[in-house]
Design a binder for this molecule. Structure first.
Ligand code: HEM
Length: 348
């Protein structure tokens, strides 16, 4: 093995367990991060264009906390499967990477300032929102940097020549398209989130509720249309042997890609028609397919270097069982908390 890449550890159970858990928990993280990143962008847009924001911004601080918490489980699983690559990439860009922690703390604080000061001090509130948004954008940028560097271990050598921990993956051709793809999808999913929020919290005002739902479904549809361009740009900015897996080289990946295009087209139609339920269903399925395609893409990048199927397992099931029990209990507690919060908001 390449001397710059450390050897992977032995894992407790078969790698497929961790692969499934990585996909499931990453979907949760992705939905929440879309809601905060896209939700902050929409709140700022509403503010700049002088529109009355339908109240969803009160959820931002809670969503920031949940995004951070639900970033931990995929971090655990990516670490189990790809830890030797993921952490070497992190060390290579250690300085901007570690700055994500203070950025998130300040970003979280900024979202609180926005929510608490909206009525009393609008200027301070807007500053809080802008600062929070910039720091969240920075965090997303660093995660894309780290994820893309993980895929090209030959670049870890940059660390040997320049060990100061400043080796961002800026030269990577897919970096900006990938980042744009995430930002655009964040706005689309957040618009869908605002529509869902209006459905549950504006029950007493059906006219306002359906106006907010219609506007946000239209926003969702437009951003998804833009996504066709950014998604294609991202896809074609990857190396030929990677994008070709979606063009017939790998049959499952090709089917997934075709399905995602068809579903996205149908989703745009249902969103423009103002159909909330069916659009949510489409969006969820497309999101799941995208996350699975991301895993196919990762294994295509690393094909000649590493596959988690090479990992040796010890057959120790207890840690996994304990994790699953606590994880399900945790999700149940979050669900209960959200139900209590939405009840309180709709009563106020
Ligand atoms: C709140 C701000 C955050 C934003 C905007 C954000 C955004 C993102 C984005 C855009 C990706 C995809 C990167 C890519 O595939 O290129 C990602 C992946 C990921 N994020 Fe977050 N994230 C945030 C916070 C966190 C935190 C606090 C953690 C850990 C505690 C975390 C853990 C992860 C993990 C493990 C991945 C997957 C890495 C992989 O599969 O290679 N995120 N995040």
């Amino acid at each position: 093995m390449d001397p710059v890449i450390p050897s992977p550890d032995v894992i407790p159970v078969h790698w497929l367990w961790f692969q499934v858990l990585l996909v499931v928990t990453f979907i949760l993280h992705l939905i929440l991060m879309n809601l905060i990143l896209g939700g902050s962008l929409l709140a700022l847009w509403d503010k700049i264009s002088g529109k009355k924001e339908p109240g969803y911004a009160v959820t931002l601080p809670v969503l920031v906390a949940l995004t951070i918490n639900l970033g931990v489980p995929p971090l655990l699983f990516v670490q189990v499967l790809y830890g030797h690559l993921f952490y070497t990439a992190s060390v290579t860009q250690a300085v901007p990477w570690i700055l994500v922690i203070p950025a998130l703390i300040l970003g979280y604080y900024g979202s609180y300032i926005y929510v608490r000061k909206r009525d009393k001090s609008p200027q301070l509130a807007t500053t809080g929102l802008v600062v929070s948004l910039l720091l969240i954008l920075y965090t997303g940028f660093m995660l894309v940097n780290n994820s893309t560097l993980t895929l090209v271990p030959s670049r870890f050598e940059a660390h040997l020549n320049n060990p100061g921990g400043m080796n961002l993956n800026i030269g990577e051709p897919s970096l900006w398209p990938r980042y744009l793809h995430f930002i655009t999808s964040a706005v689309a999913i957040a618009a869908l989130g605002v529509a869902i929020y209006a459905k549950f919290t504006l029950k007493d005002n059906p006219e306002q509720s359906s106006a907010v739902i219609r506007t946000n479904l239209r926003r969702f549809a437009w951003f998804t249309l833009v996504q066709f361009a950014f998604g294609t740009l991202f896809w074609l900015s990857t190396p030929r042997e990677v994008w070709m897996i979606f063009m017939g080289k790998n049959i499952t990946a090709t089917i997934l890609m075709t399905l995602s295009w068809l579903l996205a087209a149908s989703m745009i139609y249902t969103a423009f028609r103002g159909k909330l339920g069916i659009t949510i269903l489409h969006a969820f399925i497309v999101l799941v397919i995208m996350v699975i395609m991301r895993e196919y893409m990762r294994s295509a990048y690393l094909k000649d270097i590493f596959s988690p199927s090479q990992l040796e397992s010890k057959g120790e099931f207890w840690p996994l069982i304990v994790f699953l029990v606590l994880f399900i209990a945790g999700l149940g507690a979050i669900y209960y908390m959200i139900r209590l919060a939405t009840k309180k908001i709709s009563q106020s």
